[in-house]
Each structure stands twice: as C-alpha cells, then as structure tokens.
Design a protein around this ligand. Structure first.
Ligand code: URA
Length: 448
C-alpha cells in the first residue's frame, strides 16, 4: 500500500463510524476517501466497511452528488467542446437481447447530433454492447482518446470501452463491491454508472432503466428509485436527463447472442426488425433528439427517427462507423457473413396454449452457458452462438412447436441451455390478461 507523504486530512475510522451511526459525510470527507483509496493509501478492508455502512444506512443526495463527483474526477473527463453540435448518449441498466445502442448511435448521428458512447461488456446474465460490436470481424472497441475524437468528428458516433483513465475509482470500487456483497445499493450503482457516463463529455443522457424478470431491478419500485437518483444526479451536474422505465419480462426482439443481435440491429436500421425492438429504439431516439435540441417535441423526435431510418441514412452511418473502427463492412452489407454456429437445437412446447410468462434471466443465462457470455471475468466470448426466441408472452403455441431455437456447435454443448430454456417458459390454457407494456413510465421534470 502507498504511504501518504503528509498527514492524512481525516481518520478513516472516524468516517466509517460516522456513516455506520447514520451520519452524513461532507464532500471533503467523501473526496478524501475516494482519492486516497484510488491512490492506494487506504486498505480495502476500511473502504469495504464504509461501503457496507452505505448499503445499510443509505446516503443523502448531497453525499451521493459528492461521491459521483469524486469518482468522476478520479480520472480523465473528456472535453468534446470542439464538436459543433450537442452530444447525447443513452445508458441501459442491462437486459436480455437489449441491443438498442447499436441502432441509436448511428441513427442519432445521422440526425446531426454527436454520440460519444462508452459501453460495457456483458455483466451476469445480461449482454454487453462491446461484446456485440466485437462480433463484427476487425471491429476495434479499444480506441485511444485521439482516435475516439477522430471517429466522432468524421461520422458523429463512436463506440468504445471504458479506458484505464476513465473513472479509475469506479474500477477499483466496483471490484471491491463485487467481492463484499455491496453491489446492491441504489446509491452506489448510481454513482458507479453516472461517474462513467458523465466522464464521456455528453450534454444529455437518456436512461433506459429495465425492470422485470430479466433485469437487475426485478421490482418496478426499485427501478424507479434508481432512475430518480440517476436523473437527479445528472441534473445536479448540469446535464439534460430523462429515464424511461422499460419492460424486461422477456427478451427484447428475437435474437439473444452477440453476432445474432448485430444482425437484428441491421434489420432495424434497414427499416425492419421485430416490433418491440424497433419501437423501443424509436422512443429512446425521440428523447435523444428532444434533449439534444434537434426536435421541438418528443413526438417530433420519433417522426424524425422514422424518416431517418426510412431514408437509409442511419444504416449508412452504422456502416461508416464500423469501417472507421476497423470492422469488416462486408458483414454489415451481408449479415450472413457474420460469425455463425451451424448446429440447431429446438426447444419445443410441452403443451398447447399460450405463453404466460418467461423467466427472462434464465434465457440470458442460457446464452452465457452456451459461451455467448462470461462465467468468469477472464473468459472469452463465442460471438456465433445464441438463441432465436420464436414465442413471446401472449403468443399461441401448439404442442411440440418450437418456443426457441438454439444456435450452437453440438447437441452436447446445448444440453444445459436447453434445460434452462425449457424451464423458463410457462404455458397456460388461457391467454394472459395483459401483454407486458414496453414502456412503464417516463421520469422527466420538464415540458415535452
Ligand atoms: N453497472 C455499473 O456500471 N455499476 C454498477 O454498480 C452496477 C451496474
């Protein structure tokens, strides 16, 4: 551990006790803890105790703002003021088949705004934007900051991973939280997500906060609470913010698996694709245009998005971005050239009736066990495997009809995924009373 050269500003144990006893730390105390921990002069066990005190006692909004600020400024904050239009981004809390970023970045760029998107890899049962993009042969998500600027300037959108220099405090704190049962705190999740998103220099941020059986926040109230914290934190930092609470009781679209999801996004960019995926992309895009000042109302933003897709400009922009980031554009022009697994295993319905529910997290886990996600951090991902979801909630199904089809390399490889998928569907004799609505709520304080 690094020894400080001057006397520390605070005694760490005093700060831990203060939080443990329900007190609120000052911004100076919080920034001391974050800076000294990032620099290596406070041991893991003391920060772990402080994090656990936060999990149990919560934080005031001033403490949350101070924590986010300290984590954001623990590293580089990108300065994109050289770009001649507003910068907007979207962040999703993660889901299954959740692939909207690949449609939104080029679509919004084609509408004249800039999208500096820093994305993550798959986490748990959820897929990650970077893993999807890297299924395009040659695609480089690890651009340097100057290259990120160059791609952004040339085509209006660039998609990269978190660099070593962005919010290093989050990297260290997240690893510690993962090992100490302190991930599940809305305050800590908010500071973690917002510190990374605010570092990318965006003016406005649209949050897609998922709720349901395939989301991290299974209960809508928890999703709303997290969304409100993130909106308030972003607004305090001068950003335009909105959060959409959206459904994750079933996979979004039909494809779950990295290259298969890229192909589905290309369908949407070409004016097709499954209805739910297309609709969610249009709603999120509408808000991005509205917050970025490129449309007078959210409804206008939606129309504008439809027009841009119909004109072919969104697809063209995606092609350009992929090419600038080193990807093989012949796979974009002809998605059958993307990595694919040629063995098929059907998951059939045991009875006739209607799909009543899907344990959506298990569909995500089925993709992970096929090799489409990581069991351990250091695992590599197979871009070619995945699941085509043929039946969704409310669909009618006959006995023996495929509910989903696994794309894999052999029957043996698919065995575990097949069991998970068989158990994930509930079939009932009557249709469900409601199909899940795509957007549950919008959290926004201004006019629309
Ligand atoms: N995603 C993050 O980036 N941070 C969290 O704490 C949880 C999800």
């Amino acid at each position: 551990m690094t020894q400080p050269t001057t006397a520390p500003a605070f005694r760490v144990i005093d700060l831990i006790r203060k939080k443990r006893d329900g007190g609120a730390l000052s911004p100076a105390e919080i920034s001391y803890l974050v800076d000294a921990y990032t620099a290596g002069s406070i041991p893991d066990y003391q920060i772990a105790a402080w994090l656990m005190a936060i999990v149990l006692r919560g934080m005031t909004s001033a403490e949350l703002a101070a924590l986010t600020h300290a984590m954001l400024h623990s590293g580089e904050v990108l300065d994109l003021s050289f770009l001649p239009a507003k910068k907007v981004d979207k962040h999703s809390t993660g889901g299954v088949g959740d692939k909207t970023s690949l449609v939104l970045a080029p679509l919004i760029a084609a509408g004249g705004l800039y999208v500096p998107m820093i994305s993550g890899r798959g986490l748990g049962h959820t897929g990650g934007t970077l893993d999807k993009l890297e299924s395009i042969p040659g695609f480089r998500a690890g651009l340097s900051v100057p290259d990120f600027h160059r791609v952004l300037k040339a085509c209006g959108a660039a998609m990269i991973g978190q660099t070593e220099k962005i919010a290093p405090a989050d990297r260290k704190l997240y690893a510690l939280r993962d090992a100490t049962g302190t991930v599940e705190s809305p305050n800590l999740i908010c500071a973690s997500i917002m510190s990374k998103k605010l570092a990318e220099g965006t003016d406005a941020l649209v949050l897609d906060v998922k709720t349901g059986s395939g989301a991290f926040m299974k209960k809508e109230n928890d999703a709303v609470h997290l969304a409100e914290l993130m909106v308030e934190t972003g607004e305090r930092m001068g950003k335009q913010m909105v959060a959409l609470i959206t459904n994750m009781d079933q996979p979004l679209g039909r494809m779950v698996g990295n290259a298969m999801e890229v192909a589905e996004c290309i369908e949407v960019l070409n004016g097709g694709g499954p209805e739910d995926l297309r609709e969610l992309c249009l709603h999120l895009a509408a808000w991005m245009f509205y917050l970025g000042g490129a449309s007078k109302t959210v409804a206008d933003g939606k129309l504008r998005s439809e027009e841009i897709i119909a004109s072919g400009k969104a697809f063209e922009r995606f092609r350009q971005m992929v090419e600038l980031q080193g990807g093989d554009i012949t796979t974009i022009d002809d998605p059958s050239r993307l990595p694919s697994a040629d063995h098929r295993v059907e998951v059939r319905s045991p009875s006739a009736g209607y799909v009543a529910s899907i344990a959506c997290e298990d569909v995500g886990t089925a993709c992970v066990v096929l090799g489409g996600g990581r069991e351990k951090k250091e695992d590599s991902v197979d871009p070619s495997v995945g699941i085509v979801v043929h039946k969704k909630i409310g669909d009618r199904v006959a006995t023996g009809e495929p509910l989903c089809i696994i794309h894999c390399h052999s029957d043996a490889q698919a065995a575990h995924a097949k069991k998970l998928l068989e158990a994930s569907y509930t079939i009932s004799t009557a249709p469900p009373a409601h199909k899940p609505s795509l957007i549950h709520r919008v959290i926004y304080k201004g006019d629309r």
